[in-house]
Design a protein around this ligand. Structure first.
Ligand SMILES: Cc1ncc(COP(=O)(O)O)c(C=O)c1O
Length: 366
């Protein structure tokens, strides 16, 4: 089976991990972190051209800490899409605030700036636009409205390492940007994440809250927790970040072939608005109906392609959120996307003959 995504690890990663084990330095509980963590953060800063990168132990932790440092808590509302991975909304819930789900733009599957604008109330403290599938969200439009109202913009760039909008890297488009380095992502640290920001004060709060609000040790000045990225993960991340441009080039090559060949067929290839660069974490087509999607999914699966649906159930209708009444919301474009999208593998393991086979099946299925 050709996987939809898979971590690509080699000798360099093994050597880097071994070196950490031999050094005996596995972590550092101070705000500045250990040597690999510091180096990984500096390399992330240089890659994204952000002033600060604060590595943490998951993308969920990155979102949670971002909400913590802007003071989101009980009584606050945070506007999020429902067509996303559950962590986007759950970070808000864990913080004791209320997620306010809004609909997506049907062309890009990302948060609709109009829907965002309509959902703002006096309680809105933050918005989390998601760069879904690796395509930057409409943050220029969202950011303009948010800035006017004093709403923090936390970009969920967990899927979008290496993407860009108007020449600015994904993760740097809001006040803070969150990455995930989960194994299925375009680069991995095992589990891991990072928050990036140009804001000195937020960066300092992030570094402290990541490690119990400590400054020098046993002197907590603010509430925090243990969200530290271990040295082994940071060492892995350093190797993977170096390989990332190569990984993304191969993904872009595969995506280009699919998009060219799918033009004129019944399925809708992904739309990349002018000025945006996709990282092709997921190459997602849209079918005309749920029946058509299920038929195509079956054919491609039978042929050994690990196609997948992101996401078959919108967050507001998952059992936990439905139990709290969120399932009564009317989000028609979110529902339509959940019924019709299908992601095809374009990861670096996918070869030209795999693309040909997938295309043959899709064209025949019309
Ligand atoms: C959009 C989105 N947000 C948040 C997360 C959470 O990241 P993690 O799994 O590293 O906690 C993920 C990835 O899993 C994601 O895809």
């Amino acid at each position: 089976m050709i996987p939809i995504n898979k971590p690509l690890l080699g000798k360099e990663e093994a050597d880097a991990v071994l070196k950490v084990l031999q050094s005996g330095i596995l972590t550092n509980p101070m705000p500045e972190g250990g040597p690999n963590l510091r180096a990984f953060e500096a390399e992330l800063e240089s890659y994204t051209r952000a002033k600060h990168a604060v590595a943490v132990n998951s993308g969920t932790a990155a979102l949670y800490l971002s909400l913590l440092v802007v003071g989101v808590g009980p009584g606050d509302e945070v506007i999020v899409p429902s067509f996303t991975f559950i962590a986007t909304a759950s970070a808000v819930m864990i913080k004791g605030a209320k997620p306010v789900f809004v609909d997506i733009d049907p062309g890009t599957y990302n948060m609709s700036p109009d829907a965002f604008k309509k959902a703002i109330t006096r309680k809105t403290k933050a918005v989390i636009p998601v760069d879904l599938y690796g395509l930057p969200a409409h943050i220029d439009a969202i950011g303009e409205i948010a800035e006017d109202k004093g709403i923090s913009v936390i970009e969920d760039a967990c899927q979008a390492q290496g993407a860009s909008s108007g020449g600015r890297m994904a993760g740097t488009l809001g006040n803070m940007g969150c990455f995930s380095f989960y194994p299925g992502k375009v680069m991995t640290t095992g589990e891991g994440g990072a928050v990036i920001t140009d804001d000195d004060a937020l960066a300092e709060r992030l570094r402290r809250t990541r490690t119990h609000g400590q400054i020098k040790g046993y002197d907590s000045v603010m509430l925090g927790g243990n969200f530290r990225m271990p040295e082994i993960e940071a060492a892995l991340g350093r190797v993977q970040l170096k390989k990332l441009p190569g990984f993304l080039a191969k993904r872009a090559e595969n995506a280009k072939v699919l998009t060219e060949e799918l033009a004129g067929t019944k399925v809708v290839p992904p739309l990349v608005p002018e000025g945006m660069k996709h990282n092709w974490y997921l190459y997602t087509i849209r079918c005309n109906s749920n029946k058509e999607r299920e038929g195509l999914r079956q054919k491609l699966t039978e042929a050994g392609f690990g196609v997948a649906i992101y996401y078959p159930i919108p967050v507001h209708r998952t059992p936990y959120y439905a139990d709290q009444g969120y399932d009564k919301l009317d989000l028609p474009e979110t529902e339509r996307a959940a019924e019709t999208v299908l992601s095809l593998p374009v990861n670096p393991l996918v070869m030209a003959n795999d693309l040909e086979k997938m295309l043959e099946i899709i064209k025949k299925y019309q």
